[in-house]
Design a binder for this molecule. Sequence first.
Ligand code: NAP
Length: 273
Amino acid sequence: MTLSSQVIAVIGAGNIGRALLGGLVRGNHIQPHQVRATRRLASAVQRLQRDFPGIHCGTDNVAAVREASLVVLAVKPMNAAEVLTEIAPHVRPDTLIVTVVAGLTTEAILKALGNLIAVVRAMPNTPMLVDKGATAIARGTQAKAAHMNVVRRMFEAVGKVEEVPETLMDAVTGLSGSGPAYVFMLIEALTDAGVKQGLMRSIAFRLSTQTVLGAATLVAQTGKHPAILRDEVTTPGGTAIAAIAELESHGLRTMIINAVATATQRSKELSRA
Ligand SMILES: NC(=O)c1ccc[n+]([C@@H]2O[C@H](COP(=O)([O-])OP(=O)(O)OC[C@H]3O[C@@H](n4cnc5c(N)ncnc54)[C@H](OP(=O)(O)O)[C@@H]3O)[C@@H](O)[C@H]2O)c1
């Protein structure tokens, strides 16, 4: 079972679906003629077709699912139940279902589509729009290693992938799923901080963005523990340690730990709703 041999149907090709399609087609992981993508609005279908020449776009979910060997459910959570009801009679027993819908469990999908279907749940994040996504994948009861491999390859087209047990998907939602929002706030705050110290906003913005990008790249490329890298830039009696003391006095780490815990709890509540 390989990614390049799949016919992929993306049901609900909005932000996440389009980002995935973009990575797959740009990276030559699949050919455009192997892709089916659906939206409800005719104007959105036209835009999709213009942006992804050669893929099959339309509003007909049933036709897309009938032709597909791999179906990606990428609609909003509130639309998931109606889509599952619509496609259920047309999903072949050997079709692989991948869901990115927040809170939608593999168990709920098995209930809707039949107990023998291979289902993989994924939680990506928006940096996948620039091929820097962080995606966690979790195996449904019927999914085999070969299915996980194909799904891993698919999301690797738009970033990094980790496999976790499904019970940890809420934690993933609180960490990497919602995480870009926390980092955007950090960039915004650093920019304001620079402006407060007299820097032009545009310059402060570029410096802040590049600092976050550079620091993350340094951690990723060196594999060094962040505390070691922090020690390396902390001169005795210097500027960085003065700022670190200030951050610690406000409990920066506890604040972030609690924020992720709150987001995880909220994800659990939404899954139950
Ligand atoms: N955004 C994130 O950071 C993020 C991260 C991880 C997971 N997710 C999950 O990814 C999913 C998609 O999020 P998104 O941000 O990409 O939302 P989105 O941009 O609103 O995309 C969802 C698309 O689904 C289409 N749709 C709705 N009902 C449909 C139907 N019955 N048949 C065909 N298409 C239908 C809509 O098309 P029309 O407008 O034409 O109706 C819309 O474009 C959500 O379930 C979310 O929980 C999002």
